[in-house]
Design a protein around this ligand. Structure first.
Ligand code: ACO
Length: 325
């Protein structure tokens, strides 16, 4: 059985910034509240025509350019997203069209903020089985489409973006060593999209536009910390890599306080965690993918380093991978 590695990365961020002081003019909030409770200073907001598929395609083009693989030779495209342009075609099929990747099999996976890791692990299994030779994996979300801009408890948290990775047979030790995915359906109501089919938990919010994201922040916080710490431990154990040998952790960027708590529980110095939540907020499936892109570009992950990507999101779902760059 051959090994699979990430051979290149790409990303896309909308240009429009929304700062905490902009939000102060929209809802009853303060820069101080947002910064101390979450670590977020600003986020990117996609324009109407910057659809999820457009952001995903732009990130994919950058990753392809660096991979040396021609779009015509890509065999599998998997996109982690919960904000497709519409129910179907899938974002992956729109990306295929944009790239002229005619050989590819394409589909989306729905795992909220863990979407990139669920897509990565799914694609890796297909490659390990020998069914496909390579894959384009994307985490992309236009989560601000699901935000009620009158709800201060959620509108300050999210932003938009896309990140991409090309998976191919590994060169030497530079491979994905282990991965872990798990779900806690019993806690689904902690973070859900209210729709015609799904009633809000709270009568008070009944008049809000549909669909919108409803969150039980404190309950989520606890599951996030416990499940992400456990996931880090599991992928290290599976890979037989000591936690101390992990050079960098690339966590989902939902809240700086969650990252601090995961660092403490996992006994990993917080300095090893790559954090960009201040610039982008929570970009759902795109968060981990863009954080990985920036961690590599900024030299926080160098050739030969072991690193862990770990994410948590609505579902509830958790995922992690231990990788050597
Ligand atoms: N500005 C000012 N005050 C606010 C704001 C705001 N933007 N939002 C809420 N408040 C108020 C509340 O109304 C409340 O006021 P009250 O005490 O008078 O009732 C007070 O601040 C405290 O609110 P809490 O919800 O208790 O604040 P908390 O410290 O828990 O922080 C937060 C909230 C940031 C949401 C935190 O709970 C969190 O990060 N939870 C986890 C989120 C997460 O994991 N998301 C990942 C999944 S997302 C996905 O899958 C797509």
């Amino acid at each position: 059985m051959q090994n699979i590695g990430i051979i290149s990365l790409g990303h896309y961020l909308p240009k429009r910034k929304l700062t905490n002081s902009d939000l102060e003019k929209m809802v009853e909030t303060t820069d101080e509240w947002i910064t101390t409770r979450t670590g977020i200073k600003e986020r990117r907001i996609a324009e109407k025509d910057e659809k999820t598929s457009l952001m995903a395609s732009k990130a994919a083009k950058e990753a392809l350019k660096d991979s040396g693989i021609d779009a015509h030779d890509i065999e599998l495209i998997v996109v982690g997203t919960t904000t497709p342009d519409s129910n179907f075609p899938s974002v992956a099929c729109w990306v295929q069209k944009e790239l002229h990747a005619k050989k590819a099999t394409c589909f989306d996976v729905s795992a909220a903020c863990s979407g990139f890791l669920f897509a990565l692990t799914t694609a890796r299994q297909y490659l390990l089985s020998g069914m496909y030779k390579n894959a384009l994996v994307i985490g992309a979300d236009k989560f601000t489409n699901l935000i009620d801009w009158n709800d201060r408890s959620t509108c300050v948290l999210f932003g938009d973006g896309a990140g991409a990775a090309i998976l191919a047979p590994a060169r030497g030790d530079h491979k994905i060593y282990s991965d872990y995915l798990h779900s806690y359906g019993e806690f689904g109501e902690y973070m859900q999209i209210i729709s015609e089919e799904r009633e809000p938990l709270n009568q008070k919010v009944k008049e809000m536009k549909i669909p919108y994201a409803q969150m039980m922040g404190q309950e989520l916080f606890k599951v996030a910390v416990n499940s992400m710490s456990e996931a880090v431990e599991i992928v290290c154990e599976k890979a037989k890599v000591k936690i101390d040998d992990v050079v960098c952790v690339v966590p989902h960027q939902a809240n700086d306080r969650i990252i601090s708590a995961v660092a403490k529980k996992s006994k990993i110095p917080k300095e090893k965690f790559f954090i960009n939540i201040d610039k982008y907020g929570n970009m759902s499936a795109a968060s981990c993918a863009i954080a990985l892109y920036e961690a590599v570009k900024e030299g926080r992950i160098k050739k030969g380093d072991y690193f862990v990507i770990v994410a948590f999101g609505g579902g509830l779902v958790v995922g992690a991978s231990l990788i050597r760059w």
